[in-house]
Design a protein around this ligand. Structure first.
Ligand code: PLP
Length: 409
């Protein structure tokens, strides 16, 4: 077999569909968030404003976080040196798990190397602990949740229409009454910026004797009085059985976790391959995360400013007649509806305007809903927003004249 030809064919297919991913080579400027230097393939460099970072609050540059990381390196060195079981559990990991449990009002938490791993490892492990478990999964759940849920096989999962509690209830009612059940959902859906009905979901879980598993990856640090997420904001945090989050987005560092009752955490700790068989996070990351979580617990004004900036951008873009998709969160998606166009607009923004926003194409979002997804932070000022709106207005007019690829926004 011509193995290389098979790889080339696979790439050609992705290219033909306009969804070949090109990564922007960026170097962020410490202390000047959201500014960065972009290096092109030929080595030339230019300054850009980043509009699509998931470091939603700029915590990756907060001096409090950086100081904690520097100090941990000074004290403990670089890597952790092992899996959690074999010398890789350090003071920093233990302290971080306590901090996370406290954040979510639970008695225990468990760290993973990323949010992806925490979802995949925890959800797939629940099937081992609860034989016959049926997981009810929102159709727009993140790939990491789907990957964990698929481990149980087709018979063990039911997919409900996005945020459709009637559909969820019909599936719950149709399942065997004595089967263990778990509802897996997200709070903020990061591609559309909509938010699940927390209270309604919890009520259904109670009615049908199901556990709840909530991914708060795009909400931790940003919602609720102490930044524990939407469940905290909506007053149902104590009624969610397992809360999952990341340290890599609003907390500005890296890593993932679950917070839950100690017996749940202990069982997942004991059975989850993705937790057991991997080197634990470097101490400096854990130390940075602790500092970031603590700081954000005390600084609600950052959350208020963040929401205000997101509202300002939505209003500014809507005023310019741009197709801002409905979003009740800090995410500002603008519909393009065509993969080639989406990439083209993103490329021109970067090269001609110094504005970096990654095109969001299939399979991240359904075909036909390709979009630009803006994530304004408290540091994106009015001037940056005006520059962005002006550039988009010009590009939209330009694209309409050309009418390439059926574009009609
Ligand atoms: N869950 C959701 C909803 C996500 O969007 C992501 C990543 O974008 C993850 C989990 C994975 O988190 P991490 O980036 O920490 O691996």
């Amino acid at each position: 077999m011509d193995y290389k030809a098979a790889f080339r064919d696979a790439l050609d297919k992705v290219r033909a569909e306009g969804r070949y991913r090109v990564f922007a080579d960026l170097k962020r400027h410490r202390g000047e968030f959201p500014r960065a230097t972009w290096t092109q393939a030929d080595g030339s460099q230019s300054e850009v404003v980043v509009w699509c970072s998931n470091d939603y609050l700029g915590q990756g540059q907060n001096p409090v976080v950086l100081d904690a990381m520097h100090q941990a390196i000074e004290e403990a060195g670089a890597g952790s040196g092992g899996t959690r079981n074999i010398s890789g559990t350090t003071r920093y990991h233990v302290e971080l798990e306590r901090e996370l449990a406290d954040l979510h009002g639970k008695d225990a938490a468990l760290l993973f190397t990323s949010g992806y791993v925490s979802n995949e490892a925890s959800l797939s492990t629940l099937y081992k602990i609860l034989p016959g478990l049926i997981i009810f999964s929102d159709e727009l759940n993140h790939n990491s949740m789907i990957s964990g849920i698929r481990a149980g096989g087709r018979e063990q999962r039911r997919v409900f229409r996005h945020n459709d509690l009637e559909h969820l209830e019909s599936l719950l009612a149709a399942a065997p009454a004595d089967a263990p059940k778990l509802i897996a959902f997200e709070s903020v859906y990061s591609m559309d910026g909509d938010i699940a009905d927390m209270k309604g979901t919890v009520a259904l879980a109670k009615k049908y004797g199901a556990m709840t598993y909530l991914d708060e990856v795009h909400a931790v640090g940003m919602y609720g009085p102490r930044g524990a997420g939407v469940a905290e904001r909506d007053g149902v945090m104590d009624q969610i059985d397992i809360i999952e989050g990341t340290l890599g987005k609003a907390f500005g560092v890296m890593g993932g976790y679950i917070a839950a009752d100690p017996v749940i955490v202990d069982a997942i700790r004991s059975y989850a391959d993705g937790f057991i068989f991997t080197t634990s996070l470097p101490p400096a990351l854990a130390a940075g995360a602790v500092a970031s979580i603590r700081w954000l617990k005390e600084h609600n004004e950052v959350r208020v400013a963040h929401q205000a900036r997101a509202a300002a951008l939505k209003a500014r873009l809507a005023q310019a007649g741009l197709p801002v998709m409905p979003s009740v969160s800090h995410i500002v998606p603008v519909l393009v509806g065509d993969p080639v166009h989406c990439k083209m607009i993103s490329d021109i923004l970067l090269t001609d305007y110094g504005i970096y926003v990654q095109p969001i194409n299939y399979p991240t979002v359904p075909r036909g809903t390709e979009r630009l997804r803006f994530t304004p932070s408290p540091a994106h000022d009015d001037r940056m927003m005006d520059d962005l709106a002006d550039a988009l207005e010009r590009l939209w007019a330009h694209c309409n004249i050309k009418r390439v690829g059926g574009y009609a926004a």
